[in-house]
Design a protein around this ligand. Structure first.
Ligand code: PMP
Length: 405
């Protein structure tokens, strides 16, 4: 567990926390960036900016080495079997779209794709489009009264026609940890591929893709203290080998004539064009930052924050917390009777408290629960019990505007 002094030292590494007198509880949307990450990006542009895998002068060689070093570090961070299984994208959204595109040729009429009611729009829409184009059936795992996936229904709807199951590891709405290992095991009995959207898990849960045995695991760097605009797609080599290039252009070819092209192998085949090298270098530094503390230790600390927030918020009579009896990680979503989340979020903002309000890019689950959104607070390594106390006191103050004595 981190000591108070350790957290104070960690906070000093985040310039934005020093500059703004803000309580930042919107970490599920994006985390803040430490000096380490920011400086690595500046250093790259100041000292060795150049293109990769094509410019063979000394700067090009340095950049290429950094690119491949980052790939190796990501491989070991998630324990992928080979470096070819790590593909750089612009984020989780692009990763899921790339996979849906890659699977296009394998999905036939009447095949089935399964997602859950609780997915982010990025993990719904690509599957809707794919199933509409291929006349496949899109099926859904509903949630139970505790917001957890209803595995009884899952076991009923999966069939031999199920080709892909795409599920979040941790839901962005309520922070529920899904039983992905169990889902993957069942899916493989039916020979279905499984994609895990790890956006909300990556900086909180240790990921071992070989142990999970998922076919794909995707995440965004900006949710793990890294820069925006860069994502990671892990895919089993034997599956990615069958994918056609997602985009066509430079960097992915063995040979091009005017008539035809011979494409490179993995990972280059799926990385057309100049990559976001600054983003990749920043991601490597974010891994380095996380590595200083260990995910397990971060998780223990964030769980302490979550439990404290749950306890203190439970003092409010008119509150509904989603879903305090489930296995949650670093996200707490709630509503206060008769108050719209936008109104409360706006008032909290006036006191310098950043929370997320609304439907969190997950309209289907909000419709299913017949609510028009929630207030979501989400923690990161730099948040403190003190901040939760301040937040709570301001929350009570805000509520007095709605419920005057
Ligand atoms: N899936 C989940 C569960 C998310 O929380 C998010 C981001 N809120 C995404 C997908 C999309 O990530 P990005 O915008 O970085 O592509």
């Amino acid at each position: 567990m981190f000591s108070y002094e350790e957290i104070k030292t960690i906070r000093k590494q985040f310039p934005i926390l020093k500059k703004n007198n803000i309580i930042y509880f919107d970490n599920a949307a994006t985390t803040q960036k430490p000096f380490k990450v920011i400086n690595a990006i500046t250093k790259y542009y100041c000292n060795f900016n150049s293109n990769v895998n094509r410019s063979f002068h000394f700067l090009g060689k340095i950049s290429t080495n950094y690119l491949e070093l980052s790939r190796n570090n990501i491989q070991s961070f998630i324990n992928a079997k080979s470096r070819e299984e790590i593909i750089f994208t612009s984020g989780t959204t692009e990763s899921i779209n790339l996979i849906a595109y890659g699977l296009y040729q394998f999905i036939k009429k009447s095949d089935e794709i399964i997602i859950s009611h609780s997915e982010h729009h990025s993990n719904i829409i690509p599957w809707q489009v794919l199933s509409q184009k291929k006349k496949a059936n899109l099926k859904f795992i509903p949630v139970n009264s505790e917001g957890e996936l209803n595995l009884r229904i899952f076991n009923k709807i999966i069939t031999k026609k199920t080709k892909v199951i795409s599920i979040s590891h941790v839901t962005n709405t309520f922070g529920i940890i899904n039983p992905i290992k169990q889902l993957i095991k069942t899916a493989h009995k039916y020979k279905s591929l499984v994609l895990i959207d790890g956006s909300q898990a990556i900086s909180h849960i240790t990921i071992d893709v070989q142990n999970l045995d998922c076919d794909f695991y995707v995440f965004s760097s900006h949710k793990m203290y890294g820069p925006t605009g860069i994502g990671i797609l892990y895919g089993k080599k034997q599956v990615l080998d069958k994918f056609p290039p997602y985009q066509c252009g430079g960097g992915i070819i063995e040979k091009v004539t005017l008539k035809k092209t011979i494409f490179s192998g993995l990972p280059f085949k799926l990385e057309a064009g100049t990559p976001n090298l600054a983003g990749i270098i920043g991601t490597n530094k974010a891994l380095n930052f996380l590595g200083n503390y260990s995910i397990r230790k971060i998780n223990t600390y964030e769980t302490k924050l979550l439990k404290y927030a749950l306890k203190i918020l439970s003092n409010i009579k008119a509150i509904k917390i989603y879903y305090k009896n489930s296995q949650l990680t670093k996200i707490l979503s709630f509503n206060i009777e008769n108050i719209h989340s936008f109104d409360l979020g706006q008032l909290l903002n006036n006191y310098g408290i950043a929370v997320r309000t609304g439907k969190h890019c997950a309209q289907p689950i909000m419709d299913y629960l017949k609510i028009n959104g929630t207030i979501r607070i989400s923690f990161a390594i730099y948040n403190t019990i003190e901040e939760i106390d301040i937040f709570y006191n301001y929350l009570i103050k805000c509520l007095s505007c709605f419920y005057p004595r």
